[in-house]
Design a protein around this ligand. Structure first.
Ligand code: ATP
Ligand code: MG
Length: 227
């Protein structure tokens, strides 16, 4: 399974979710490969810091790929080796975004319920992805996940109109939003949710649920293709 995490809008939580999900998948016993397609290569610094601090999961490998052909070819190659592949795309519209979409089995689109994030995520799902599907003659399921969801109920209500727009757009949404949690911030420097000193079982449960949803979606697509 190749999951590309994308939203052309910056700062929606792509890198955070790639790290949290790839750590969770590795911790569950899968061989996982993370492709850092962001030219700032922050993830490679996170890898070395995590290794230095002995916070690196055994089954996780990561590499930086800054060329669109390399992103596409390496993602497919790692998948053929039996790995779960996550591709972290930078928050802009460039060739690397399209390479990440072309090779993907699923596109995960994190967004906060702000107008800019929602518009960018919906443009990706409703304008760009259908073009890719048409071109490669294969479905490309997209899953929107609301990130940095406010745990204070009164504040979350403010975002209800945008959530309604998302629901009406017809793009699939993850069953649960991802809450704003310190645990997600803490993997910004080093470690995964499972290896940091102070683990947060709620954040881990959120990532396990999201991973399971991605795997279920992937399996259903594979079954459809083989029927
Ligand atoms: N669920 C969350 N809870 C708390 N903080 C979060 C959460 N998700 C992301 N953040 C924080 O939000 C900021 C932006 O997140 P991140 O770098 O993952 O976004 P991005 O989409 O990868 O950005 P870019 O488009 O620049 O690559 C980071 O400081 C990160 O720690
Ligand atoms: Mg990023």
């Amino acid at each position: 399974m190749i999951v590309t995490i994308a939203n052309p809008k910056g700062g929606t939580g792509k890198t955070t979710l790639v790290r949290a999900l790839s750590g969770t998948a590795a911790h569950a016993g899968n061989d996982v490969h993370l492709i850092d397609a962001d030219s700032r290569a922050n993830t490679m610094r996170w890898v070395s810091m995590s290794k230095q601090m002995d916070l690196w999961p055994d089954r996780l490998k990561a590499e930086s790929c800054l060329d669109s052909n390399a992103i596409y070819n390496i993602a497919l190659q790692r998948q053929q080796e039996g790995k779960i592949v996550f591709v972290d795309i930078e928050g802009t519209t460039n060739e690397n975004l399209f390479a990440g979409l072309y090779c993907a089995d699923i596109v995960l689109i994190p967004l906060q319920t702000t107008q800019d994030d929602v518009v960018a995520g919906m443009q990706l799902a409703l304008n760009h992805i259908p073009v890719i599907e048409e071109d490669r003659k294969r479905k490309l399921p997209a899953l929107i996940v609301i990130n940095q969801h406010d745990l204070v109920i009164g504040r979350a209500k403010v975002h209800e109109p945008l959530r309604e727009i998302l629901r009406e757009s017809g793009v699939a949404m993850a069953s649960r939003p991802i809450a704003r949690r310190v645990a997600y911030q803490s993997i910004g420097a080093a470690g995964t949710l499972q290896t940091v000193a102070k683990s947060d079982s709620k954040a881990i449960a959120e990532m396990e649920t999201l991973l399971e949803e991605l795997l279920t979606l992937y399996r259903s697509r594979v079954d459809e293709a083989t029927q």
